[in-house]
Design a protein around this ligand. Structure first.
Ligand SMILES: NC(=O)c1ccc[n+]([C@@H]2O[C@H](COP(=O)([O-])OP(=O)(O)OC[C@H]3O[C@@H](n4cnc5c(N)ncnc54)[C@H](O)[C@@H]3O)[C@@H](O)[C@H]2O)c1
Ligand SMILES: [Zn+2]
Ligand SMILES: [Zn+2]
Length: 393
């Protein structure tokens, strides 16, 4: 995509954004002002964004004890765009670069970034709703609008730290690779990076949304011989099979618990169970569906405050319970590489996009995600009219 920016550098940009004024209410399309980037910040023109379950959770599920989430805010953290301008001391980006903003930074300086053991850069989660100087770059009606996970991609422009941005292939289609900003990278890495699924292994993936389907794809890429997709919504099964599941199971089809069903079906339990729902009950079921001796359970589903129950004997008998944030990828390097993999047709993305809508219909994307009729809706921030039909890939 060719984009030239003239005259906006250093200026406040007025553009459209979907603002969440308060929890539990639909988003509202507003004219917002996006300030120029400060030191070590980059302003990007957001071209494509998805709606992830985590956006839904922050807006609609206000569970007791959840971390402080300031409103009003601009949600959105799975996106791709083009650099419009850079702030002082930014050396790795220039106007016109194709980029994916990252909710998990990779500063490449902290002890965690320097360790091969983790992707959890120390700069992650230090601030809620604001950038390094304690303020947001987005405002509306003279009010500061908080940013979400340091990204806020439901805005035509946003400003992100230069440590939370991956420069990607200049030919990559932004309306596909935006998926690598969250859901697909998370699920794919849950299997490949965190779980380290082995060839010829037996796997179960709980939850077949974008994260779970990407986990299925990761198990397949690792050479697993059996990949069992588990979801309470059987409409998800067709796509799971297309992406590599060898069979699918609906927990509601049996009077036995899903863990009993899986242990029986696999003569003792699966080698790897990947939880991609975000439910503590399902997390326990996933752990209990793994085999004695070397079963590995990876939690990718999100919950901030709830606890899962663990029968200690399950751990004593050799199981490993672990979790994954952004699929274990060091974000800047991982996203660059995953985009290359897509360009080389080693990784599928098109199959995850079931709907295609303009920004002003974003509330519909939330509804279809929640009702289970979509996997991911591509939100185009610059298209005036929605293409009329659903995408059927
Ligand atoms: N760890 C991370 O870094 C990270 C990143 C992105 C998303 N997440 C989390 O991953 C989870 C999945 O995200 P998504 O966008 O794919 O969500 P989604 O809503 O698209 O998919 C969730 C799926 O789980 C299924 N499900 C619900 N209850 C179930 C049950 N009892 N048993 C089996 N399946 C069940 C639903 O039918 C749905 O298909 C969410 O919790 C999200 O917040 C975590
Ligand atoms: Zn997400
Ligand atoms: Zn770091």
């Amino acid at each position: 995509m060719e984009t030239t920016f003239t005259g906006t550098e250093g200026q406040v940009i007025r553009c459209k954004a979907a603002v969440a004024w308060e929890a539990g209410k639909p988003l509202s399309i507003e004219d917002v002002e996006v300030a120029p980037p400060k030191a070590h910040e980059v302003r990007i023109k957001v071209v494509a964004t998805g709606v992830c379950h985590t956006d839904w959770e922050y807006l609609y599920e206000n569970k007791k004890g959840m971390r402080f989430r300031p409103f009003p805010l601009v949600l959105g953290h799975e996106a791709a765009g083009i650099v419009e301008s850079v702030g002082p001391q930014v050396t790795k980006f220039a106007a016109g670069d194709q980029v994916i903003p990252l909710f998990l930074p990779q500063c490449q300086e902290c002890d965690r970034c320097l360790s091969p053991k983790t992707n959890l850069c120390k700069r992650a989660k230090t601030q809620v709703g604001v950038l390094a100087d304690g303020t947001s770059r987005i405002s509306c009606k003279r009010q500061q609008i908080y940013q979400f996970l340091g990204v806020s991609s439901f805005s035509q422009y946003t400003v992100v730290p230069d440590t939370s941005l991956a420069k990607i292939n200049s030919n990559a289609p932004l309306d596909k690779v935006f998926l690598l900003g969250c859901g697909v990278s998370t699920g794919y890495g849950a299997a490949l990076k965190t779980g380290k699924v082995e060839r010829d292994s037996v796997c179960a993936v709980f939850g077949l949304g974008a994260v779970g389907l990407a986990a299925v794809m990761g198990c397949k890429a690792a050479g697993a011989k059996t990949i069992i997709g588990v979801d309470v919504n059987p409409n998800k099964f067709e796509k799971a099979i297309m992406l590599g599941a060898t069979e699918c199971v609906n927990p509601n089809d049996d009077s036995k618990s899903i863990q009993e069903v899986l242990v029986e079906k696999t003569n003792g339990g699966v080698d790897y169970a990947l939880e991609c729902v975000g439910s503590p009950v399902v997390m326990s079921a996933a752990l209990e569906s793994t085999t004695d001796a070397w079963g590995v359970c990876v939690i990718a589903g999100w919950t901030e405050t709830e606890s899962m129950s663990v029968v200690v004997e399950k751990l004593l008998m050799g199981r490993t319970l672990t979790g994954t944030y952004f699929g274990g990828w060091k974000s800047v390097e991982g996203v660059f590489k995953l985009v290359e993999d897509y360009m080389e047709k080693k990784l599928k993305l098109d199959e995850f996009i079931t709907h295609d809508l303009p920004l002003n219909q974003i509330n519909q994307a939330f509804e279809t995600l929640k009702s289970g009729t979509s996997i991911r809706t591509l939100i185009r921030l610059w298209e005036k009219e929605a293409p009329a039909e659903e995408v059927t890939s």
